[in-house]
Design a protein around this ligand. Structure first.
Ligand code: AMP
Ligand code: MG
Length: 267
């Protein structure tokens, strides 16, 4: 999956990243979906091991333009995983109370504890994305945040958190189709927000903000993966594979019992 990793210190130019790429899994949709089911099973076993070992903490950050597929990724990649073992934290417009604190206050509270996987559906990155694009804070304020974010993620990593960040990369055409689908299908109307059309007009501004964020915050301790996300099944395979391979590399073990099972008789 190295091909999708935004290397630390490299200047990101998203026009050079193909949202239709399928070079890592050159298969058809049907086969891709089958491979995802296998990943789901591996992830299920790894999650249980993570919980049992009670040592590592795992933080998964999902970002992307509207309709990029953050919700769908969570639904499909974690299908079959014990719902007790995974927590999703979504970040919406901050409440007045949250705005009375620094922007990382609400985020830090949601980070994973030992044995836990937490998925961020949006994240502290909104504070250098939507906040920048809509000038919700002056430039001198948001421009300092990249450094805070790197330091914050470094703190989490130093204290035992494995951090994986995914940018779900779609293009403007794909977004049009997905927005249109939300209008065409009554069951999807609830997902349509007329304000998304205003956001869509700001695509170039969001792209620039994402390029800056990806360039400045892809670190060894918290790397970004740029996921080709025009095809949903492919997106799921890439995200699932990165997570599974990262968890496997932790070499987790079931804890040794502090009793000898052979000595125990159940009457
Ligand atoms: P959704 O993910 O579609 O439910 O929408 C959540 C909305 O909250 C998006 O429009 C985000 O841009 C917005 N949001 C999330 N975090 C922030 C933030 N820190 N400041 C302002 N808006 C935010
Ligand atoms: Mg939305």
């Amino acid at each position: 999956m190295d091909r999708y990793r935004a290397g630390p210190g490299t200047r990101m130019d998203l026009s050079q990243w193909d949202p239709n790429d399928k070079s890592a899994f050159p298969v058809k949709k049907k086969e891709g979906r089958k491979q995802l089911l296998e990943l789901n099973q591996r992830l299920e076993a790894l999650q249980e091991l993570l919980y049992a070992e009670h040592k590592h903490k795992v933080l998964i950050v999902l970002q992307g333009m509207d309709t990029a597929g953050k919700d769908g990724t969570i639904r499909h990649v974690f299908e079959g995983v014990n719902p007790q073992g995974v927590r999703v934290a979504g970040f919406k417009k901050p409440t007045p109370q949250e705005l009375d604190h620094d922007y990382l206050w609400r985020v830090h509270k949601q980070t994973p504890g030992r044995g836990e996987i937490v998925i961020f559906n949006r994240s502290h990155y909104e504070d250098v994305l939507v906040v920048r694009v809509h000038s919700l804070a002056p430039q001198e304020v948001w421009s300092r945040r990249y450094e805070h974010i790197n330091a914050f993620e470094r703190l989490l990593a130093d204290e035992g958190t494995t951090i994986l960040k995914f940018f779900l990369h779609i293009n403007l055409d794909e977004q049009r189709e997905r927005l249109q689908a939300r209008l065409d299908e009554p069951a999807k109307h609830w997902k349509f927000n007329p304000a998304d059309l205003e956001e869509r007009k700001l695509w170039p501004e969001y792209t620039a903000a994402y390029e800056d964020a990806l360039s400045k915050t892809s670190t060894e301790w918290a790397p970004w993966t740029v996921v080709p996300a025009n095809r949903k099944w492919y997106r799921n395979l890439v995200v699932g594979t990165v997570i599974v391979e990262t968890l496997e590399a932790l070499n987790m073990r079931h804890p040794e019992p502090d009793f000898d099972p052979a000595d125990i008789r159940i009457e």
